[in-house]
Write a protein that binds this ligand. Structure first.
Ligand code: SAM
Ligand code: SF4
Length: 494
């Protein structure tokens, strides 16, 4: 089992969550049930899908038994993610038996990986749609209505859905994900993403800023900019003209970036961060994921310059050993990674850092595993996502290297790093006791409506007694009085 320390970008508690939104007026008499698995990008994509279908008059439902269309937005990153989806599909069989006209669709990475084969393997499924083909969904549903099965798994070099204003599903009205790029051009040898999500492409910077501004005007106070490798974001106005009917009404009168930069030139990630930060000092900006080979000092100085860009960086190391990093094709080594950590500590002294670590990658020795452990000692990460290596068909590692580390060794190494991470998470939390944290109130705590919860700048969950004077969406200063290994507990101070 993968062990995770909860965070927003891959939130274990949201896996399989069904999305519902308010009816938008048009109604074609059909109800859509959509649930999502995997990373934040998939959850964000489900909002794009719901937006496309809401335009065609679909309403959403939280009960799949009442649905006319069931969509499951899938993840392929590890084998157990796929097993979970297969099991879930079995649960839809009863509903389809009772309502044979029901359309069942598989979206996302598993759809892309297995393509039409899915239709043979899972007779229940009517439609298979890859991550770049969501605009085609209304046609594909029509095709199924006319008695055929439907597949569109074409990957695109251009599609960024920049002009689609995503509906916000299950939103608290305070934080939102904003996708800034799609796909990935890195070929990490263990990873299926470049095959399921295609080539990297960056979204129109104007459309990103316009979406963030629109969210702010609607009362949202935090955006998380999403991409597989945000540091390689690059967009220029000549490269990708916005499609007709885009949401960018601001474009005509916005020839320069809010940062004052000349948008005739290319916009890199540091520029984009600054443009979004300037939407309002009251809008918090987060981002994920950074790649150690690409994160620049320019990005770090931009984070340091703006109070509303959160002091939190997710910087996946994968392994602390240079030979393993080499065969993982990560294109950096242990020293490079440590240098980037040193740069973060130097430029943003108060920055929280989290990571991803894989244990038991092909040929990893005990000594090499130990280098991951000593890397954890060096960085003392605030959080970590930790995984056993799971071979994915078609990846470079699957072709080149034998998956030769026995399951019990992978598990032992995983348990060791999970225990180590718990120590460091607790250590980081303890260091906050007595400090005052600026917290964006997200709502009531899960356990009690006498307490509010929200995140600190460094992304720690903070719980504190409700005060009538403050509402969700407002910032408060909270003094930290005690902690668990995952939560800060305190009270509001003026
Ligand atoms: N693009 C991000 C990056 O490069 O760090 C993350 C992408 S992936 C969705 C999230 C994490 O899943 C990776 O950082 C890696 O730790 C893990 N992962 C990817 N493929 C894996 C595999 N085959 N087995 C185990 N973990 C894997
Ligand atoms: Fe996968 Fe590497 Fe791309 Fe991340 S950077 S999505 S791990 S190939």
């Amino acid at each position: 089992m993968d062990l995770l320390i909860p965070d927003k970008v891959h939130d274990e508690s949201r896996q399989g969550e069904a999305f519902v939104l308010e009816p938008v007026g048009k109604h074609n008499g059909r109800k859509l049930y959509i649930e999502s698995y995997g990373c934040a990008m998939n959850f964000s994509d489900s909002e794009i899908v719901a937006s496309i279908l809401a335009e065609k008059g679909f309403e959403t439902t939280s009960d799949f038994n009442n649905a006319d269309v069931i969509f499951i937005n899938t993840c392929s990153i590890r084998e157990n993610a796929e097993v979970r989806v297969r099991n879930r599909l079995k649960e839809f069989a009863g509903a389809k038996f009772r309502n044979p006209g029901m359309v069942i669709g598989v979206l996302g990475c598993m759809a892309e990986r297995l393509k039409a084969k899915f239709l043979e393997e899972e007779k229940l499924v009517d439609v298979v749609v890859g991550p770049d083909a969501y605009r085609d969904l209304p046609n594909l549903i029509e095709q199924v209505d006319s008695g055929q099965k439907a597949v569109n798994v074409l990957l695109s070099r251009e599609e960024t859905y920049a002009d689609i204003s995503p509906v916000r599903l299950n939103s608290n009205g305070i934080n939102a994900f904003v996708s800034i790029m799609r796909g990935c051009d890195n070929m990490c040898s263990f990873c299926v993403v470049p095959f399921t999500r295609g080539r990297e492409r960056s979204r129109d910077a104007y459309s990103v800023v316009a979406e963030c501004k629109d969210l702010f005007d609607k009362g949202y106070r935090e955006v998380t900019l999403l991409g597989q490798n945000v540091d390689s974001y690059k967009w220029s106005p000549t490269q990708q003209p916005s499609p007709e009917g885009s949401v960018l009404e601001t474009k005509a009168d916005q020839k320069v970036s809010p940062a004052g930069g000349d948008l005739e030139g290319a916009v890199n990630f540091a520029n984009l961060l600054e443009m979004v930060a300037l939407v309002s000092p009251e809008l918090r900006v987060r981002f994920s994921t950074s790649h150690p080979k690409d994160i620049t000092d320019e990005v770090l100085y931009t984070i340091a310059k703006y109070d509303n860009i959160c002091n939190y960086i997710h910087l996946p190391v994968q392994s602390g050993n240079s030979r393993i990093l080499d065969i993982m094709n990560r294109t950096y080594d242990r020293e490079w990674y440590m240098n980037r950590i040193d740069a973060i500590r130097r430029i943003i002294p108060n920055c929280a850092i989290s990571t991803d670590i894989i244990t038991g990658f092909c040929t990893e020795t005990n000594e090499e595993h130990n280098d991951s452990v000593t890397m954890m000692d060096y960085v003392k990460y605030d959080f970590a996502y930790m995984f056993k290596y799971s071979e994915r068909p078609g990846t470079l590692a699957a072709k080149r290297y034998e998956d030769d580390i026995p399951e019990e060794v992978k598990q032992r190494r995983l348990s060791q790093i999970v225990a180590k991470q718990q120590e460091y998470s607790f250590y980081r939390m303890q260091a906050r006791i007595g400090k005052i944290e600026k917290v964006l109130i997200e709502g009531f705590s899960k356990k009690s409506d006498k307490d509010y919860c929200g995140r600190s700048d460094q992304n720690a969950m903070v719980i504190f007694p409700v005060s009538e004077a403050y509402k969700p969406g407002q910032y408060v200063n909270v003094v930290v009085e005690r902690t668990t290994s995952a939560t800060l507990i305190g009270r509001i101070v003026d």
